[in-house]
Design a protein around this ligand. Structure first.
Ligand code: FE2
Length: 451
């Protein structure tokens, strides 16, 4: 199988239909206090793409959601994110006509709620699309739009103290990015230019601490001819630090590195701590099977300009999440996924070193330096798990809540929404909501409470 082709098969294989199912069967007990929707976005190609050049982040976005209320799983829905082009292509296919040969993807990376809207987010430049409660596409939403024509990027982050949304906006082909702040009402309140020292790097994620924005100028730069990000050995890597309130960006040169996602970051005014998923280069982003991403803790000393990079856990993992109430402030716990994306075995720490998972969720205790592993069946496929705080918690513990993730069960030919207790991470799931269909491996999502 071609390395790009693999994203059309197995746990990645797109689904062909939009499904609505009510009153889903549940094993275990859904916490009665949870009232809202778990939504996760990912690419779901329409089947007209060229399998030879296809790679994972191409294709129309599809959102998969489960609505939970009063201890019941009220519905499951999956819906394409209908940009004008995707809506037109779906309409043509329904009428038996040929869809266009080239389809720009609709938002397919992340879904979050801000300014009273549920938003599906794109990788670079493309405008977010608003989704209705039942996941139908309302339309384009110019969130964090700037006069340069860029919008909120996929890994925009809400500061839980201010309610502001922080975005790193950029456009393909331009060595230029912007830090954009959007207030809880949806108004852009701050835009800071961030001129890049060289070619446009893959700026998929960034770090936000209390006082700083940290960007990763990695040697994976956009090749306009190939329309792809490619490893570029001539590109000097940097870590860039920009005060949240604006001003000059400070670029610290670094050895070549790859960063996929940031778990969280915090600072004390002079030192920034960033927990992130990193790998050594060279890296082919179109072929994650060749990457061995690990969890690192990086410290940036702003007095000396020194960057300290320390590995926390070298077992291959990605899709890190934190309890978002701790976003940009000091956290203790992080959660990551060991997924078939990387095609590697992961050995849990503990007494059973022989057990290797290709599919697991990991809880990191970054104070004690320990991990707990929740492994799934060998042929299952798990992706990112989002943290859902327990609304009934009165103790204020950081890990009082649940992890939610879709887990594909090849034996059943369908997926479960698995809900784990964050405080009893290795215990049996609190609940498994049995969906009638398979959810392909995708990217990112959130638990979005109704309140
Ligand atoms: Fe991502």
């Amino acid at each position: 199988m071609d390395r790009y082709d693999r994203y059309l098969h197995g746990p990645f294989a797109p689904v062909k239909e939009e499904v609505t199912a009510y009153d889903l069967p549940v094993t275990g007990r859904l916490p009665a206090e949870l009232n809202g929707r778990y939504l996760r976005l990912g690419p779901n190609p329409l089947g007209v793409e060229d399998p030879v050049t296809h790679f994972w982040a191409f294709g129309a976005g599809m959102v998969h959601g489960v609505r939970i209320r009063d201890g019941r799983a009220e519905w499951y829905r999956n819906r394409w994110v209908r940009s004008a082009e995707i809506a037109d292509a779906l309409d043509r296919m329904e009428r038996g006509l040929e869809p266009p040969a080239f389809l720009p993807p609709s938002p397919n990376i992340h879904v979050l709620r801000h300014a009273g809207r549920t938003l599906a987010l794109s990788e670079a430049g493309g405008p977010p699309h608003e989704l209705g409660y039942d996941l139908d596409t309302v339309g384009e939403c110019p969130l964090a739009a700037t006069r340069e024509g860029s919008s909120a990027n996929a890994h925009s982050k809400v500061d839980p103290r201010t309610g502001d949304l922080h975005s790193l906006a950029y456009l393909l082909g331009r060595p230029f990015a912007q830090h954009v702040v959007t207030d809880p009402a949806g108004t852009v309140t701050h835009v800071a230019d961030l001129p890049l020292p060289g070619d446009l790097p893959f700026l998929h994620d960034f770090a936000l601490s209390e006082n700083f924005v940290v960007v990763f100028d990695i040697p994976l730069t956009f090749d306009m001819d190939a329309m792809r990000f490619r490893w570029n050995p001539a590109h000097q890597a940097h870590v860039g630090v920009l005060p949240r309130t604006g001003g000059q960006v400070r670029w610290l040169p670094a050895e070549p590195f790859y960063v996929s996602h940031v778990l969280n970051a915090y600072d004390d005014g002079s030192t920034i701590t960033v927990d992130l998923i990193a790998a050594d280069g060279p890296v082919d982003v179109a072929d994650p099977g060749g990457i061995s991403p690990r969890l690192d803790r990086w410290r940036i000393d702003l007095r000396t300009g020194r960057l300290e990079q320390r590995c926390v856990d070298d077992r291959p993992q990605d899709f890190p999440r934190v309890n978002d109430a701790y976003a940009s402030r000091q956290h203790r716990y992080g959660y990551s996924a060991v997924t078939p994306v990387y095609g590697m075995q992961f050995t849990p720490s503990g007494p059973h070193h022989d057990d290797a998972f290709t599919n697991a969720l990991v809880k990191h205790d970054l104070v004690r330096g320990t991990t707990e592993v929740h492994g799934f069946a060998r042929d299952a496929a798990v992706g990112e798990a989002a943290f859902a705080p327990d609304p009934g918690d009165t103790q204020g513990a950081e890990d009082a809540g649940y992890l939610m993730a879709y887990v594909a069960d090849p034996e059943r030919g369908a997926s479960d929404l698995v809900i784990l207790s964050a405080q009893d991470f290795t215990g049996p799931p609190v609940a498994r909501v049995h969906l009638p269909v398979r959810v392909p491996l995708g990217f990112h999502g959130n638990w979005i409470p109704d309140a």
